[in-house]
Structure formats: structure tokens, C-alpha cells
Design a protein around this ligand. Structure first.
Ligand code: TXA
Ligand code: MG
Length: 321
């Protein structure tokens, strides 16, 4: 069975040792739980792909604990990246920069670039700093499935394959980091996430959102991704025929619909997009477990974090080809 332990200083020390020895540790970040390995150890990184059953073309995010570690993995920090780092690090923003040759190719899936971020979650930061190595970590879920926002999600779906799962309760943002490439001009947002586009533009000026890739450079860009097992549709309650409701669950934004659905969850009674983002994957995991034929999700306003929420709902509802 997977070992799930509370993220005490002692447990973090043990986890750091596991990472240094080439093992796999699942750990909380401010966005979602990550499945970590020493980013400079290609064999350890390969285990991540194995455990996630992740296609080899899919590059990993490298998590750093300070500037020195950043310098270990990237060739140079461009001025635009510098501005973003000062404003948003440590935090849920991932930057795509040119990789140093020391970063194993399996980590970057053969690309000349590497995605990096310094997480702000105290457990993640302590773990990386104690380990003393950059940590490659995708979200700790099987490929294409819902991201884990609790240690139980990791234990349930990846369990035995992970050496240790550090538990620090639900993750504060609940949605993945925003990914930006400043290698192009204007900068490209490759994945919508916890830092709203508006906040990036306040620092950088206009950016381009290119989150639908024709080649799978970022699988978070694939149309069908982040999916629950139950079929998901985006619809308002009024649009769901009464006859279908008994066999369906409903994910409401602010207010629960009158009745008829087998199960209902509300993202944010206050109508707050930050709270809605934090609860999104959690509630989808719950509704995925109630045994209905379909989950209907109400659309949310597409401003700020609402854009990332709608992006995830659209991908989760896209049927796989
Ligand atoms: O919030 C997060 O970013 C979480 C936590 C654990 O930090 N991690 C996460 O990792 O979401 P993952 O592997 O599930 O998603 C990483 C995304 C992938 O879609 C990957 O293709 C993209 O980042 N990516 C990684 N390296 C890249 C690169 N060099 N260029 C473009 N995209 C890249
Ligand atoms: Mg992921």
C-alpha cells in the first residue's frame, strides 16, 4: 500500500532523502499535488512516465527552490522572465526558457527548452531545498485524468507506485500553474492557470494565448485532457431535460438548481472564481464517484480565473478521438 504521511519536518526530510536516492515522492504544491523525482536523474524521471503511463513526448515541469537551482537548469533568464519572477515567484507561474545541457532529455522530451517554476507551498519549497536538487514533477494523476488536489486522490489513483505521499491537506489554488513562454514576442500563454492572463499583462503588456496546440508540445493543450471517467457536458441546469436529471450530477457555479439531479455540488456559493478554481477538481472527483451516467457543469464567467476554469471544463468534456 502507498505510504501517506503528514508533511512534518521529519517526513519532509525522509522524502528529500528518497528524492536524492532516485525515488518518487508525491507532494503538495499551491496548485495541485505533484509526482516528484530528481530532475537531474534521467532514470528517476523515467519512472514518472512509467507511473503516470504518460506518453514520452510530454515534457515535465522542473521545480526549483531558489535562484541557484534555476541557474542549474536554464541557460539564461531573459528580461521578461526576470520581471515575471520578481512579481510571481515563488508561486503558480511556470516559465519556458532555454534548457541547460545538464537537464536530461527525458525531462524536456527532447525540447531545447525547459519549463520551470518555484512553488510557494511551504512543504514543496522545504522538500526541494532539503533535497538540494531541482525536482521534476507533473501533476500526480494518471495521464489525461483529473488533477489531484488531495493526498487521497494520489493514493487512490497512483498508490503503490509512489515511494511516499506527503499529505498537507487540500491544495490552495486547486488548478495548475499558468505556463508562459517568453522566448517569443509577444509572450505566449501555453496553458491558462492559477495566474490570470490579466495579471501577466499588467507586467508584460499584451500576451498571446495559444493554448490549443496542433502538436502536443504541452498535453495540457490537448483538447481532451483533465477528464473524469463519467462523461462531462457543459450546460446550464435549465438546458438539461428533466428526464435526464435523475441519472445525472450537476456542478453549479454559485447556486444549486431546484431539484431533479442525482447529486449536486456548488463551486462557490459566494460566486468567487478563486474559490471555484480551488474546488473544481475536488468536486469533479466527488461527482465522478457517485455513479451517474453524466456530469453537467454550469459555465462560469470567463474573466480572470474563470478562463482557466472554462478551459479545463472544455477539455474535460471533449470526447477523445
Ligand atoms: O501547477 C502545476 O504546474 C503542476 C504542479 C505539480 O507544479 N504541475 C503540472 O505539471 O501541471 P504537468 O506535467 O501536469 O503539466 C506540465 C505541462 C505539460 O502540459 C507539459 O507539456 C508542459 O507543461 N511543458 C513542460 N515543458 C514544456 C516546454 N519546454 N515547452 C512547452 N510546454 C512544456
Ligand atoms: Mg497534468
Amino acid at each position: 500500500m502507498a505510504r501517506v504521511v503528514a508533511a512534518t519536518a521529519e517526513a519532509i526530510e525522509e522524502a528529500a532523502e528518497i528524492l536524492r536516492r532516485g525515488g518518487l515522492v508525491a507532494f503538495p504544491t499551491e496548485t495541485v499535488y505533484g509526482l516528484g523525482a530528481n530532475a537531474l536523474d534521467p532514470v528517476a524521471a523515467a519512472r514518472i512516465f512509467e507511473v503516470k503511463r504518460r506518453p514520452a513526448f510530454d515534457p515535465l515541469i522542473v521545480h526549483v527552490g531558489d535562484r541557484a537551482m534555476l541557474q542549474q537548469v536554464v541557460l539564461e533568464v531573459l528580461p521578461a522572465a526576470e520581471l515575471l519572477i520578481r512579481r510571481f515567484w515563488p508561486g503558480p507561474l511556470t516559465l519556458v526558457l532555454r534548457r541547460r545541457p545538464e537537464v536530461p532529455r527525458i525531462v524536456t522530451a527532447g525540447l531545447d527548452t525547459v519549463a520551470v517554476r518555484e512553488p510557494s507551498h511551504p512543504v514543496a519549497l522545504a522538500l526541494i531545498r532539503r533535497a538540494g536538487v531541482p525536482v521534476a514533477a507533473p501533476s500526480a494523476n494518471p495521464f489525461g485524468r483529473l488533477s489531484p488536489t488531495r493526498a487521497e486522490h494520489v493514493a487512490r489513483h497512483l498508490g503503490d507506485a509512489v515511494d511516499l505521499i506527503l499529505d498537507a491537506g487540500p491544495t490552495p489554488y486547486g488548478i495548475e500553474s499558468t505556463i508562459v513562454s517568453v522566448l517569443d514576442s509577444p509572450p505566449q500563454v501555453l496553458r491558462l492557470g492559477a495566474i490570470p492572463v490579466e495579471d501577466l499583462e499588467a507586467v508584460l503588456g499584451p500576451v498571446e494565448v495559444t493554448t490549443v496546440a496542433h502538436r502536443p508540445e504541452a498535453p495540457g493543450q490537448l483538447p481532451a485532457h483533465y477528464a473524469p471517467r463519467t462523461r462531462l457536458c457543459i450546460a446550464r441546469a435549465e438546458e438539461v431535460p428533466p428526464s435526464a436529471r435523475a441519472k445525472s450530477a450537476y456542478l453549479a457555479f454559485q447556486r444549486a438548481p431546484e431539484d431533479g439531479f442525482a447529486a449536486v455540488r456548488v463551486l462557490s456559493p459566494r460566486g468567487d472564481l478563486r474559490e471555484a478554481a480551488a474546488r473544481l477538481f475536488d468536486l469533479l472527483h466527488e461527482l465522478d464517484g457517485v455513479g451517474v451516467e453524466r456530469i453537467y457543469a454550469e459555465p462560469v464567467p470567463e474573466v480572470g480565473l474563470g478562463r482557466a476554469i472554462m478551459d479545463r471544463l472544455r477539455r474535460a468534456s471533449a470526447t477523445e478521438s
